[in-house]
Design a protein around this ligand. Structure first.
Ligand code: 13P
Length: 258
């Protein structure tokens, strides 16, 4: 089965509107040569720059993702943004459950689950992040943690097309540390997640769902990560902030045969 790899740049709290515009114009030029269908690309600017990115990337092969969302449709939720608003501004994806949100903003498996359901209802694609901390890995509970995050995050979710959901495995100890997981580590957990997906959905869905790896992905290590059977793309932080390094990662992630 052939799978189009997905490379997503998570900018976190970086870039003004002007910087976003410069980046988007530069990225379009850089990856123009990549045939559509070979690699799918998305960028996730901060909320304030989503409109600018969506405007500049309209009619291009590059999609726009939000970095978070709230699950309610509308209402008295000061500071929050709904799936409908993300759709309105031109997003295709929204990242949910990122470890930084879990760590600093009290994101829980339950809130991730609500966000996933709300996004799917609005026909937006969740990029559902999960992964163990260094303490959890040292304690030997990586599989338990990943299983809990997967099961609780996906609870009750009904999707019929594997394109409707993306999972991102990001071991917390590999995020922003320069310490990338070894290709074997980056394969072991996604393979385990895929088994859980098989139980939760179906074998066909599980095969078709894309599982990204995230954590210190760079132009130098993308090829060996993508060579792993169960890695279908990457969620890139630091190296996605620069057009040259992000497009080198995109180029390094060729199409996959499964
Ligand atoms: P780095 O690529 O900077 O390690 O960040 C990974 C990440 O958190 C992407 O969501």
């Amino acid at each position: 089965m052939s799978q189009t790899p997905l490379i997503v740049g998570n900018w976190k709290m970086h870039k003004t509107i002007q910087e976003t515009e410069e980046f988007c114009l530069g990225l379009k030029k850089e990856i123009d040569g990549i045939r559509s269908g070979q690699v799918e690309v998305a960028v996730a600017p901060p909320f304030t720059a989503l409109a600018a990115a969506a405007r500049l990337l309209k009619n291009s092969s590059i999609s726009v993702s939000a970095q978070d969302v709230f699950w309610a449709e509308s209402g008295a939720y000061t500071g929050e943004v709904s799936p409908k608003m993300l759709r309105d501004v031109g997003c295709r994806y929204a990242i949910i459950g990122h470890s930084e949100r879990r760590q600093f903003f009290h994101e829980t498996d339950d809130s991730v689950n609500k966000k996933a359901a709300a996004l799917i209802t609005e026909k937006l694609i969740p990029i559902f992040c999960l992964g163990e901390t260094l303490a959890e890995r040292r304690e030997g509970i990586t599989f338990t943690v990943v299983e809990r995050q997967t099961r609780q995050g996906l609870k009750g979710l009904a999707i019929t097309d594997p394109q409707d959901l993306v999972i991102a495995y990001e071991p917390v100890w590999a995020i922003g540390t320069g310490q990338t997981a070894t290709p074997q580590q980056a394969q072991e957990i996604p393979a385990f997640i895929r088994k859980l997906l098989q139980e939760h959905f179906s074998p066909e869905m599980s095969r078709g769902l894309r599982i990204l790896y995230g954590g210190s992905v760079k132009p130098e290590n993308i090829a060996e990560l993508m060579a792993m059977d169960d890695v279908d793309g990457a969620l890139v932080g630091g190296a996605s902030l620069n057009v040259k390094s992000f497009s080198a990662i995109v180029r390094g992630a060729g199409p996959k045969e499964k």
